[in-house]
Design a protein around this ligand. Sequence first.
Ligand code: SF4
Length: 404
Amino acid sequence: MARALTRDELFRNIDLTERLFNDGIAIDEDILQELDFENSYLEQVHGCFNMNHVTHLKTKLPNSFRDPTGYSFNVTFDPASHFSITRDSGRYVLQDKGKPLFEIFFQKKPKYYDKLTSDGARMSSVAQYVGRSKITIAYSNECSLQEKGLDCLFCNINATKSSYADLEGLGLKTSLQIAETTKAAYDEGYRRLTITGGFIPERREVDYYIDVAEAIQELTGLEDFGGTACIGAPLDLNVIDKYKEAGYNSIATNMEIWDSNMFKTICPGKELICGGHQNWINVLKREVEVFGKGHVRSYFVAGIEPKATMLEGIQYLMELGVVAIPLQWNPNPGSALEGHRAPTSEWFHDVVLKTYSLLRKNNFTHEDFYVSTNGEETVFDYLFNADGDFLPWEKDIYSQLKAV
Ligand code: SF4
């Protein structure tokens, strides 16, 4: 059993999470070769984006690890990083510049990862682990904006597909594959999912999402299957009701950039195909009307536009009832912004704390954050925990959180 996590450790870990993301982690080649992904450890599956600092095809990479308290850290692989994972007397240790920080425990994989759908697809290629109780499903691992030269400048979905799709058996998923995988994951205790993915030609996603919802409901017997539909802004706002009617209980539409001029430059397809910057805001407003406050989410790519501008957008959307969340920008390999530098982790830490204050000020709960976002055990989850706002099943895990 994990030992108690102190408040000091929790804030140290939040800081470390942000630094590990920015600076990456090197892992010795012999460790990568010996890790037993077949039977034990959770590997990275690149269903949408490669979030490492390089494209690494020689071996599989671990998805995440925990410290002795159970706190979860994602792996952002960077062979040149000053952070490294090494082996010491049979234990794995996180080091910074050669100095040991603590023992780590690689995340074990869910049981459903080893199962096959009825048509022979590996379930790990259909839905990926994003936390203790959540899975994510990228129905399409490519984005049709590329054909028009309009993909978002920070995005590497199409480059990721070129590098990893064949290697990992990734492609368009059928609604039956998704339903069977969801059933297997939910039988194991998972309880929420997000359906996401790149734009498909002619924006036919609403029909697809409805088919997926019906198939999941039929197989799991759950009318409310804990689903979040992540969609691009539709031109016809009435479409939003259809997602609700289909059984999704939350919805997400990611603005990425708040400044309207920067939005045009950084997200040219979202501007030209989806009715422009104002339409994204109109869609989010309508989504709150249909799904309710706290059941609508919008992610921002934090680090491209000025901090004050992005926070202004986050505040504006939160006042409308949207869970607006900054994600730390990684200049992903294969994106148009590859080779750029993200701001310092201190910059992002300030953004996180200010966003968390806005979440509290606008009366969003941990539950709101949980049902609307596509992740778990994030720095925001830990901040809610630090304030005593636990998800019901977390009480057992973190009840030992001690003030010092
Ligand atoms: S809409 Fe933009 S962020 Fe989304 S998949 Fe397409 S290019 Fe990537």
